[in-house]
Structures are given as structure tokens and as C-alpha cells.
Design a protein around this ligand. Structure first.
Ligand SMILES: Cc1cc2nc3c(=O)[nH]c(=O)nc-3n(C[C@H](O)[C@H](O)[C@H](O)COP(=O)(O)OP(=O)(O)OC[C@H]3O[C@@H](n4cnc5c(N)ncnc54)[C@H](O)[C@@H]3O)c2cc1C
Length: 597
């Protein structure tokens, strides 16, 4: 029987009543309501709108540095504390199932560049955000990425040398001592293998590192290491799950709090009236690249014409809000494997027998399939001159203008994953694995804007930008071929999973095959005819996906260049309001994006 996961999940479109956004001059709320924080009876110093990766690190560090600071984190998704779905690494793919309540599914607009397809993008929606649901790949940006942030985008203090100490502060590198670009006393543990992440080198193949504690076998997420561990001892650090921030509350042009609603999917039976929480010093919007621009726009900060369309009074005309959307387009190429191979397919499918089988090893030793993400081999790939010729002329200009004089920039990350990732699953009992490849700096850029002034769940007007530039398609075509050559030489290979490959014309030498053994290392590469090339292009348009690395929608740039925040993360045109999350990235980073700030 085939399992088919469709991407049709939609959010409820319950419309909220119009509310007054003027905050009271004292007290927490505009009206009495039975909520957890009402009993606290104090104004907060700092409020975080969004309780994901970045908010957790900043709020946790501030609370530890000064426990008298009254900090509130409002997170729309559910809590994650000691929940095995989050702490057991092997379960990471379960968060992407269509019935998942821990990620948000966002449909892109149907795109001519994808043959009319609407690409669905997912982002973390729970306490810990992406850090609590992600694939736990530990990858770091290239030094030149941050130097570009500083020099190209005019952000003093954001160069590689400035940020490296902060990156080291977050991690405990469990592999080897005395590595100059790694840290040894941070809360997050990274495990396995040697180093492909010095930030200055490319083309080093390694067993890929992971945000997993090698002693406990647990996910090294943000909330367990920065927030939950302080809550019992510090009542001034308050976290409210299931609360959606609708807008910022201003007095004149100073942010003095937020208006939020209960998320009744997380808090069934809770009231549906808007609440206001007040802050004395700062509001930090930290709702991620897919959440932060919406909060700003609903608050009157954004392009005037977009706000006017939704009847929102403009507070600051800031056309950069919601623009500059970027991601890393990804492709998963599936292969069949023998039934005695270890695969995460069972755990990903919530197969209770498989989970029960691996649980004792995880509990007792922190090892086994529940303690891994199954992503073991990988490389940040920068092509040779010969490989550039194969990629073809479409990529030449981009190579010359963007990559050629920055030798630390890879054009792709690719590697293998001990699981099937896709929509049409192989027959029951047939195991699979994938070669995955993502574009590190796609040229295509998109945008994301609100479609409602009031409804926090309204789907956005979302142009993903994917494949809008032909150079991205050219590189992806090359990556499909490369994944295929690598995948069919792996010892566990037992054939190509045809449903996950291009529909090559009949008789094509590239047609998927079933085999009982891998190809030899020196097997000649597959030769593709012009018709095969066309089939690959069509397949890519139907198949490429988000790499879950949404960034850039509240970019840190000068205001006259489309910036939303300055180099201190202050939102232009108002006071007491910062944005802190991956939405502030002015340009892309050649890496998986967790903890790039
Ligand atoms: C499935 C998946 C796999 C990934 N794999 C990897 C990986 O292997 N390695 C890696 O390095 N990176 C990975 N990433 C990317 C990485 O996790 C993210 O880039 C990073 O976590 C983003 O951090 P952030 O602080 O910008 O936003 P987030 O961590 O997404 O936090 C934003 C939070 O704000 C909340 N929010 C949004 N709107 C509102 C609102 N109106 N009110 C209240 N709360 C709101 C959201 O629910 C969310 O919890 C992955 C991401 C996903 C989703």
C-alpha cells in the first residue's frame, strides 16, 4: 500500500473581532481575563513576540545575567518540555507529517517558475521554534557571509571576526580540543565527526556533525538549555505557550507592549478576546522570517500601499518589510536499500514497534536510531573549472559576480540521509534512503506579506522566489546528476526509487533501475540526452522544496536600501522595538540556518 502525504493542510480562518489597540496606562491588560500572567501583576521589562530559537537564546542569556529583569515570552505554538517528540533526535521527521501541530505549513503562491505549482514552506511553531523540530544538522556559515553583512550591507560590528566569539559561546564542541573556531563551554552540545565547519574551507567530506548531546543522545535544542532550565528558579522569566501576538502596542511612536490572542488549538477552551501585555523597556519581535514581518505590518509598519489595502493606518512607511525572502532550495533523490539496512523510515512513520525497539538503547546509553538524524555524510561543495563547464553557461555570470573571488563560498551542501523524504512512499516493507542537496545562495528572492489586518492565521501573500532565476535551475540539474552518481555507488544501494526520479523517455539510458547490488566506483557516469535533460528540468520544477531556511524578511540594511532594522536591530522610525531572528539576515548564509545569529 502506498502512503501519500498531501500538502493541503490549511489553517482555520476564524476571524477575530476588531479591538482597540490603545494600551491601558497601568496594569497588564486592557480588560480582566483569566490568564496565567494576570496573576503576576507586574509590567514586564522586555517582551518577546515569538518563543523560538533566537528569542530563547536572548531571553535566556538576559535572564541569567540579570534575574531581576522581568521577561515575558509569548509563543503561538505548544510547549515542548521533556517531550520525546522533541528530545529524541530520531523523531525529527514526524514534525513534518501533515497532521503536525509543531510546524506551520505555508503555501506559496502558484508559480510560473514551478509549472504553476504552489510550493509549501514549513517553519517551527512551538516553544523552541526551529531548534525544537529541525534536522539538527550542525553547519556553519562561511566567514565571507558575515563580512558581506558588514561591508556590502553596511552593518558595523557584524563581520566574521566580531561574530566568531558569539558563535563559540553557544557551543560545546565534543570532538577535539583546541580548535580555534569552536567553543568548549556553551550550553549546546555538538557531536560526532571531525571538522567541515571551520568557516573558511569548502569541499571537505565528513560524517556530518549534529546538534545532539553525545552523552545523553538528546536533541540540543534552545529551550531546554536556555529557558526551561531557569524557570523553576526565576519567576521573572515567564513563558506563555499558545499565545499569538497580533500587533505591537504603541504610545506615540514608542512600543509599550503587545496585543495577543489565545491560540485555541493549543489552549482549547481559552477565551478569544485580545489581551495586552505591557513592557517598560523593550519589545523584541522574534517570530521568525515567516512571522515577524506579519506582526510589523499588522502594527502599521511596512509598505504604505500594502497596509492601505488592508485598512491599516501607517505608522512607519517601511517598504522593506516582508521583502528579501530567501531560503535554500532543496532536492531529495531517493534510492532503495536492503531490508537489513538501518533506516529512520519506521520512526518517521511513528511505527510503535520500531520506536519500542530502539527506546532502551536511547534511555540507557543515549545511542541507536533514536539518537541520530541519520545524516551521516556531507560536503559543502564548490565546483572545479571542469564542473563549472558541465553546469553550463546559465551559471557563468552568477559565478563570476558572486562566488569567484570568495573561495570560502560553496554553491551547495549535499549529503545522504538514512530515510525517505518525499510524498509518495515506497511499498510497505521497502526501505529507502535519500541523497539531499540544497542551493546555498539561490539567486531567486521572494517576498511575504499579510492578507488580513486582524486574522493571525490568515495565509500570507507569499512569493517564494524559487527557480525565478535560470542559474538556480542549472545548478540544481547538476546536483541531481551528482546525487544520482553518488547514491548508486553506496554499499546499501538496491536500485533507484522510480517515483522519486524524472520521467525519462522510454529507452533512456538514465531510466531508474532496480538492482541487487551497487554500481562499481569506476562505473561511467550516466550520459543524459537532450530529452533526458528536459525531463530533469520538469522533474525539478515538480519536486524541489524548501530547505526550511527562511530568512531575510526584516533585513538589517540601511533604510534607503530596503532595510527594516539598523545594525543594533532597532526598527526604523519607532522606539523601544527590535527584531531579533533570522528575518534580519540581509544576505544569505551558506549553511543550515539554526543559530546563525
Ligand atoms: C523542519 C526544519 C528543519 C530544519 N533543519 C535544520 C538543521 O538541520 N540545521 C539547522 O541549522 N537549521 C535547520 N532548520 C532551520 C532553523 O531551525 C531555523 O532557521 C531557525 O530555527 C530559525 O530561528 P528563528 O529564531 O528565526 O525562528 P523560529 O525558531 O522559527 O522561531 C519563531 C517562533 O515564533 C513563533 N511565532 C510566529 N508568529 C508568532 C506570533 N504572531 N505570535 C507568537 N509567536 C509567533 C513561531 O511559532 C516560532 O516558534 C530547520 C528548520 C525547520 C523548520
Amino acid at each position: 500500500m502506498k502512503r501519500v502525504w498531501t500538502r493541503e493542510r490549511k489553517f482555520s480562518m476564524r476571524s477575530n473581532r476588531m479591538v482597540k489597540t490603545i494600551a491601558p496606562t497601568s496594569g497588564l491588560y486592557s480588560r480582566p481575563a483569566k490568564t496565567d500572567i494576570e496573576k503576576l501583576n507586574f509590567e514586564f521589562d522586555i517582551i518577546f513576540a515569538g518563543g523560538g530559537t533566537t528569542a530563547g537564546v536572548i531571553a535566556g542569556r538576559l535572564a541569567a545575567a540579570d534575574p531581576s529583569l522581568k521577561i515575558l515570552i509569548l509563543e503561538t505554538g505548544p510547549g515542548t518540555q521533556d517531550d520525546l517528540a522533541h528530545t529524541q533526535p530520531g523523531r525529527f521527521l514526524t514534525h513534518l507529517r501533515p497532521d503536525s501541530t509543531t510546524v506551520r505549513f505555508i503555501d506559496g503562491n502558484p508559480s510560473e517558475h514551478l509549472n504553476g505549482r504552489s510550493l509549501n514552506v514549513q517553519c517551527g511553531q512551538c516553544v523552541g521554534g526551529g531548534s525544537s523540530v529541525n534536522f539538527m544538522m550542525y553547519t556553519r556559515a562561511s566567514a565571507s557571509d558575515y563580512n558581506d553583512w558588514e561591508k556590502v550591507h553596511d552593518n558595523p560590528g557584524w563581520g566574521f571576526e566580531d561574530l566568531l566569539p558569539l558563535s563559540k559561546k553557544a557551543e560545546t564542541y565534543q570532538i577535539a580540543a583546541d580548535r580555534p573556531t569552536h567553543g568548549y563551554s556553551g550550553p549546546l552540545k555538538r557531536t560526532l565527526v571531525d571538522d567541515a565547519n571551520t568557516m573558511t574551507e569548502v569541499n571537505g567530506y565528513v560524517r556530518w556533525p549534529k546538534w545532539i548531546d553525545e552523552r545523553s543522545g538528546k536533541r540540543s535544542d534552545v529551550p531546554h538549555h536556555f529557558i526551561y532550565n531557569q524557570q523553576a528558579s526565576n519567576k521573572n522569566l515567564q513563558l506563555l505557550a499558545g499565545c499569538s501576538v497580533r500587533r505591537i502596542v504603541f504610545e506615540h511612536n514608542r512600543a509599550v507592549g503587545v496585543e495577543y490572542l489565545h491560540n485555541t488549538r493549543v489552549r482549547p477552551g481559552a477565551d478569544d478576546v485580545p489581551h495586552i501585555a505591557r513592557s517598560k523597556r523593550l519589545v523584541v519581535v522574534s517570530a521568525g522570517a515567516c512571522g515577524s514581518p506579519a506582526i510589523l505590518e499588522r502594527s502599521g509598519i511596512g509598505a504604505k500601499d500594502i497596509l492601505e489595502k488592508h485598512g491599516i493606518q501607517s505608522l512607519v512607511d517601511l517598504p522593506g518589510v516582508g521583502e528579501n525572502y530567501q531560503d535554500h532550495t532543496v532536492l531529495f533523490v531517493p534510492f532503495l536499500t536492503s531490508n537489513d539496512s538501518d533506516s529512520l523510515d519506521g520512526i518517521a512513520g511513528n511505527d510503535q514497534d520500531e520506536i519500542t525497539k530502539w527506546t532502551p538503547l536511547w534511555l540507557e546509553e543515549g545511542k541507536g536510531l533514536l539518537a541520530t538524524n541519520g545524516i551521516d555524510g556531507g560536503v559543502k561543495f564548490r565546483p572545479t573549472p571542469e564542473e563549472l563547464k558541465i553546469i553550463g553557461p546559465e551559471f557563468e555570470k552568477r559565478w563570476t559576480s558572486f562566488y569567484s573571488n570568495k573561495p570560502d563560498k560553496a554553491i551547495s551542501w549535499y549529503g545522504c540521509l538514512a530515510a525517505f523524504v518525499g510524498t509518495v512512499y515506497p511499498e510497505a516493507g521497502q526501505k529507502a534512503y535519500s541523497m539531499a542537496a540544497y542551493l546555498t545562495y539561490p539567486a531567486g528572492v521572494g517576498s511575504m506579506h499579510i492578507t488580513s489586518a486582524e486574522d493571525v492565521n490568515a495565509p500570507p501573500d507569499f512569493d517564494t522566489g524559487v527557480f525565478s532565476c535560470p542559474e538556480d535551475v542549472a545548478v540544481m540539474k547538476y546536483l541531481y546528476k551528482r546525487c544520482r552518481e553518488l547514491g548508486r555507488r553506496m554499499a546499501c544501494y538496491r536500485g533507484d526509487y522510480a517515483a522519486g526520479h524524472p520521467a525519462f523517455p522510454e529507452g533512456s539510458a538514465a531510466a531508474p533501475q532496480k538492482r541487487d547490488r551497487p554500481f562499481d566506483i569506476d562505473e561511467p557516469d550516466i550520459a543524459y540526452s537532450p530529452e533526458d535533460e528536459q525531463a530533469i528540468e520538469e522533474y525539478l520544477k515538480a519536486t524541489v522544496a524548501t530547505a526550511w531556511h527562511s530568512i531575510g524578511t526584516c533585513a538589517m540594511k540601511p533604510r534607503n536600501k530596503g532595510g527594516v532594522v539598523d545594525a543594533r536591530l532597532n526598527v526604523y522610525g519607532v522606539e523601544g522595538l527590535k527584531v531579533a531572528d533570522l528575518s534580519i539576515c540581509p544576505g544569505n548564509v551558506g549553511t543550515n540556518t539554526s543559530l546563525q545569529l
